[in-house]
Design a protein around this ligand. Structure first.
Ligand code: PAF
Length: 311
């Protein structure tokens, strides 16, 4: 039995939104819902009187040759899962409802979007912020919940909300993992049995880096150890693995804890070494270890917070 109300048009959404009591929490999704989405919904339910879920595979955030056509879509299964929650309203528009024509006014996501995911997917974040902005305007939530799994997306949404003075609060929700450590993702559906085993190396590499930091390793050592592990892993082709500031996605200075910038064996590091004017770079207290890698035909991302003991 379906207890969730489904709005398919903007008019239906507006009418249903008006009837929602109290504070409204929004969870934006592209469907193919899993436990990770449920953790966002539960966070919203714990804080808000009403929760709205949007389900829309946003064509603007897919580049040419990406998986827009094949992205998993199963609205019935999604609604069945939402029926196990307290979500009362789902916004599930077709592309022509969201984009009756190609939008002329676009969101420029700025420099954060040029790094990492943005290098491999140059139009991705502009498309994400376009749809996030539209859905915020349509739903007018008090809170919106985003997963830490898409850490760069989260940083960009936070930055947009701050820079444009958007009247809502962004909450982040920790990554949900399988018992094996694999981060939940709708794209895990593409993984073969062997790919699923190979994919465990992402979480393992990040864990090695985080644990090294907890035992006193420097930023340079943390990055080096995580990268060495993932480089050696079977069936994994690294797109990037790096240590960044979680808000700006700038690479952390690869200080080694004693003499300023570390000498290390990776050429790619050279452009990352940051020197403070007139001295050694500051030793960071925390960072985010991020990676993207191809496992078979599937590109996966993962990340982990790292705390440094100090120089
Ligand atoms: O994270 C996602 O699933 C998408 O990027 C989002 C936020 C729903 C926008 O399409």
């Amino acid at each position: 039995m379906c207890v969730v109300r489904i709005a398919r048009t903007k008019a239906e959404l507006r009418a249903a939104r008006k009837a929602l009591p109290g504070t409204v929490g929004l969870v934006m999704t592209m469907g193919a819902l899993h436990e990770g989405h449920l953790s966002l919904i539960h966070a919203a339910e714990a804080e808000c009187d009403s929760v709205v879920v949007s389900i829309f595979v946003n064509p603007l955030q897919f580049g040419p040759g990406e998986d827009y056509e094949n992205y998993p879509r199963d609205l019935d299964a999604d609604i069945a899962l939402l029926d196990t929650t307290n979500v009362k309203l789902v916004f599930a528009p077709q592309p022509e409802v969201m984009y009756p024509r190609q939008p002329l006014v676009r969101i420029d996501p700025g420099t954060i979007a040029t790094r990492f995911e943005g290098k491999t997917r140059p139009t991705h974040f502009a498309g994400v912020l376009q749809v996030v902005n539209k859905v915020f305007n349509l739903v007018r939530p008090d809170y919106a919940y985003f997963g830490q799994k898409d850490a760069q997306q989260l940083a960009l949404v936070r930055t947009m909300v701050a820079d444009l003075d958007m009247p809502l609060v962004i909450r982040s929700v920790p990554i949900k993992r399988e018992a094996s450590g694999l981060a939940l993702s709708s794209r895990n559906a593409y993984l073969s049995e062997n790919d699923r085993i190979a994919a465990l190396a992402l979480n393992q590499a990040l864990t090695i880096g985080r644990d090294a930091a907890a035992h006193g390793a420097s930023p340079a050592q943390v990055r080096e150890r995580a990268l060495a592990y993932l480089t050696a892993a079977d069936g994994v082709k690294i797109d990037y693995l790096d240590l960044v500031d979680p808000d700006t996605f700038e690479e952390l200075p690869l200080v080694d804890g004693s003499d300023g910038p570390a000498e290390d064996s990776y050429d790619a590091h050279e452009e990352h070494v940051w020197e403070a004017e007139g001295g050694a770079p500051a030793y960071p207290t925390r960072g985010l270890l991020i990676t993207a890698a191809w496992v078979g035909p599937t590109r996966l991302i993962d990340n982990m917070e790292v705390e440094f003991l100090g120089a």
